[in-house]
Structure formats: structure tokens, C-alpha cells
Design a protein around this ligand. Sequence first.
Ligand SMILES: NC(=O)c1ccc[n+]([C@@H]2O[C@H](COP(=O)([O-])OP(=O)(O)OC[C@H]3O[C@@H](n4cnc5c(N)ncnc54)[C@H](OP(=O)(O)O)[C@@H]3O)[C@@H](O)[C@H]2O)c1
Length: 287
Amino acid sequence: MTGASSGLGRAFSVALAQRGAEQVLTGRSETRLAETCRLVEAAGGAPPRTVVADLTEADARRRVVEATAERFDGRLDLVIQAAGVGAYGRFLSHHPDVLRRLLDVNFIAVAELARELFPLLRAGRRPAMVIIGSIVARRALPGRSEYSASKHALAAWVDAVRCEWAGAGIHLLLVNPGFTRTSFERHLIVDTAFVKAEHRRSMTPEQVTRATLRALDRRRAEITLTASGRLLLMADRLMPALVRAGLARWTRRLYAQHQVYDEPAQAPQPERLSGGSGSPYNQDAGD
Ligand SMILES: NC(=O)c1ccc[n+]([C@@H]2O[C@H](COP(=O)([O-])OP(=O)(O)OC[C@H]3O[C@@H](n4cnc5c(N)ncnc54)[C@H](OP(=O)(O)O)[C@@H]3O)[C@@H](O)[C@H]2O)c1
């Protein structure tokens, strides 16, 4: 389980513990991972093995794979990749590092970890991998250009690799949540929005978890969550011009109109990039 130290990954860890699964959990924050372990054990689960790792680093991914192989004797039935970060604001107001970091975390790290876990999954029983995408994996949103691009890349990769891995008996499920009540927005690596989006009709992580596990049991290929998310994707297919106009209006409401093209570029916040336990990023109270 990646992203197990917070939000959706933590909710998955607890739900799987309730189903009796043994787990290897990974995240960057040791303290938050320890809190997830406490919740897993409180839910009746076996004490998980934890690996503190920034998954954008090849060495860290290798440690995760080695710990997983050791814990499960080289066989793996289920991988849930829930780690991810976001960035809000207009593309031109962001430093190029924002784009690079989001592609690294949300796409390249996920694909490379999957590559390294393939031999373990291939040896598993009815093996499956769940990838957490987003509504923006299928309809990009203004003010989230880098995030949308990273999730689009992820969805395209899943579409291709799902077919490649079918012969090996490995199932891939892409889950596209809408707004979910986690710490995601507190962990944005940059946020230059002037007005916060309203998150009415958002889901809880537990609702996302339940819907995902149901879809996994039914061997679904992809699910889209929240009614408003599904509505957006349907409207985009049927009336793309109208959706474009609506999103342009929405952008004007969220971001100030002045100096759109000549603001200084905003770099990612350094404390949001490192998950080391001494960083301010890690001093958030819980989730
Ligand atoms: N919340 C939403 O509204 C929403 C909607 C659609 C999709 N999603 C997706 O759902 C997934 C989970 O997000 P969330 O809402 O649960 O947010 P969250 O509470 O911020 O959790 C993000 C998780 O990703 C981990 N992570 C971030 N960067 C990492 C890195 N470089 N290496 C390893 N782990 C890293 C974090 O670990 P540390 O905390 O230990 O650093 C944390 O466990 C993400 O892929 C996100 O894009 C969320």
C-alpha cells in the first residue's frame, strides 16, 4: 500500500485489515505511518510492516519491493497505489519544478513501482493492482494543469498496461475519485488559488474505499466516483464546448484576473517536497 500515511491510503489499510489482510505500508512520514499501524491493529489487523520511502527515488522503491518480497515470500495478491500530490494555480504562475515534481510523484513513481512489483504479482493468487487516478485523469481542469497532466499520463499508462498484463492474469483497476475529504489540499506543493473551490457533495475516504473494494471484487476496470464527477465526464463527452466555457468562467472565479501572464513563477514549497520527520510538512496533526 502506497500513501498509507494519510487519507485514502490510510482508509484502505484499515479496510483491508478488517478483511484480514497482511500488509506492507509505505509513506514518507514515519509518525503518520505509525498512526496508520495503530489504526490497523485497532481494526483487528496483523501488525503491518512499514517502509518509510519517497517513491520518486529508485533506492527507496527498491527497499519497498525487497520488504514486500520478504514479507510475502515473493508472492503478492494486491497492490494499492494511493500516493499522490497536487498543485493548484495557473500554469504560467508556476515554476517548471512544479510540473516535474507532479509527473515524478503521480506518474513515473507509480509506473516504476508497478514494473518492479510485477514479478511478485505474477506469482500471486488472483493478483490485482489498484491505481488511484482522479476525475482529472479523464477531464483536465484549469488551475490544475500539472496535476491533470500527471493523472492523464497515469490513466493512459493503465489503459495500455492493463492489456499487456492480462495475459499474466494481473487485473488493473483505475479509481477516479472526485473531491474526497482527506488532507490532500493541505499537502499541495503549491497553491496560488485566491478563492477556495467549494467541495459540496465530496466523499469520505471510507466511501471511496468501500466503492473500490466492491469494484475490485467485481473485477471492474475503472470506476469514477462522486455524482458530480460522473456528470462532468458525461457533459464533457456530450457538450464539450459548453463545458469549456463553464470551466473558463469557473477559473475566473477561483483566480484573480489581473497580472495573469506576468506574475513571478511560484516554486514548490520545499517543506512540502520532503517527508522527513523533522520537516514542517510532517508536523501536521494526524490526517
Ligand atoms: N482527496 C481528493 O479529493 C482526491 C481526489 C482525487 C484523487 N485523489 C488522489 O488520491 C490519492 C491519495 O490522496 P489523498 O487524498 O489521500 O491525499 P493525502 O492525504 O495528502 O495523502 C497522500 C499520500 O501520498 C503520500 N506521498 C506523497 N508524495 C509521496 C512521495 N513522493 N513518496 C511517497 N509517498 C508520497 C503521502 O505520504 P506522506 O504523507 O507520508 O508524505 C500520503 O500518504 C492521490 O493519488 C490523489 O491524487 C485525491
